[in-house]
Write a protein that binds this ligand. Structure first.
Ligand SMILES: *Cc1c(COP(=O)(O)O)cnc(C)c1O
Length: 376
């Protein structure tokens, strides 16, 4: 081995952890207030701060991203069939199945790895009620083309923006596209509330109904208006979120430097393709992903396995495709022949370590390790 293995394991991410003293202080405030959940002061503050950070007119916090996405599907009254991408985390597809909606898998764009608008039209039937796209790795879907198709066919558009916290297209926050967008604040996401999530929507009028769905449909002590669920974010989660927000810019700056170091080291390496957001798009810096192609000689799986010898634990986000899970693979749209680009991507992608405290010379070493595995 040309480079020495790391003495300690390097994982793909590390959660943002603020100083424990700050957490103690926030907890003290909670204990004194005796208000632990149900739209407390921290909750209201975080909701307000986040709508500013994400540049959206309205937003509702949730206990986690998955339950937020379920509420979005309910709010838009999706049913029958929803056209979606198989190149994603299980939650995206499961949310549809959980509400008895049939996922209809659509292949992805070869460059952005997001749902391919050119293939959506052919999948529309009289049972189609919506499109569920994923801004995978914070790479925006083709929001304009998707909006055009949706308007033509009277379909609703939901985005899983779990990776897209802070993503902007030409200065517009990503949560302004589509009817509703879901953000995840899980501990592994750049901005987190331990567990948590939010829905953002361009029309503020939607908030009242979403907030009802989040809290059992309770309007007041005597009126329950609709079959809601318990999706509330508690005060401790919100307090951690408020603290994490204060460290967000610093974390993003550090991550941007790390991404720059990866790009310098890896660009021009034959068979390595780097995923980058298009010009004019602000990168969420959630993941750093490469695609290992034929010219590299070694396969993605070879690299994934070999890196473990160096104590580097990369991730194959997203392999397998959700359409290959036993619960979905019998669906007609899950036929691998219909999803060539998604299959190719699932074979090629490798997510490399990215977190603020990753030392720049560790990035150089990781790239040297990858380079040593090439078999041109
Ligand atoms: C993390 C993630 C989710 C789920 O979010 P939770 O907050 O963990 O429920 C959904 N979709 C994608 C693409 C994700 O990465």
């Amino acid at each position: 081995m040309p480079v020495k293995p790391f003495p300690e394991p390097i994982y793909v991410t590390r959660p943002l952890l603020v100083d424990l003293e700050e957490v103690h202080q926030a907890l003290g405030e909670l204990w004194r207030s005796q208000w632990l959940t149900n739209n407390g002061a921290k909750h209201r503050q975080l909701e307000q701060e986040l709508s500013g950070v994400l540049k959206v007119p309205a937003l509702s916090l949730f206990a986690n991203g998955t339950i937020a996405l379920m509420a979005a599907v309910r709010s838009l009254e999706l049913q029958g069939e929803v056209i979606t991408t198989p190149f994603t985390f299980p939650a995206t597809t499961h949310v549809l199945a959980w509400q008895n909606i049939r996922p209809v898998f659509c292949d992805i764009d070869e460059n952005t790895l997001t749902i391919d608008p050119a293939r959506i039209r052919n999948l529309i039937t009289d049972r189609t009620s919506g499109i569920l796209g994923v801004h995978v790795y914070g790479m925006p879907c083709n929001v304009k083309a998707i909006r055009r198709i949706a308007d033509e066919h009277h379909l609703k558009v939901v985005y899983d923006a779990a990776h897209a916290f802070g993503t902007e297209i030409a200065g517009t926050g990503i949560g302004n596209f589509g009817d509703i967008s879901m953000f995840s604040f899980h501990a592994t996401k750049l901005f987190h509330t331990l567990e948590g999530g939010a829905l953002a929507f361009p029309s503020p009028g939607r908030k009242e109904q979403i907030d009802l769905l989040r809290n059992f449909g309770i309007k007041n002590e005597e009126e329950v208006l609709l079959p809601g669920i318990n999706g509330k974010m508690n005060e401790f989660q919100a307090a951690v979120g408020i603290l994490n927000l204060r460290h967000l810019d610093a974390e993003r700056k550090k991550r941007a430097r790390i991404v720059g170091a990866y790009q310098r080291n890896l660009s021009g390496m034959p068979g390595i393709r780097i995923m980058t957001v298009p010009e004019g798009t602000v990168d969420s810096l959630q993941y750093f992903v490469i695609r290992i192609q034929e010219a590299f000689g070694a396969s993605r799986d070879d690299v994934y396995e070999s890196m473990k010898q160096y104590n580097v634990f990369t991730r194959k986000y997203f392999y397998p495709l959700t359409s290959d899970y036993p619960c979905y693979r019998k669906l007609p749209s899950a036929d691998p022949v219909l999803l060539p680009m998604a299959r190719k991507a699932a074979r090629e992608v490798l997510c490399l370590p990215l977190y603020g405290d990753l030392a720049p010379d560790s990035v150089d070493a990781i790239c040297e390790m990858i380079g040593s595995l090439a078999r041109p």
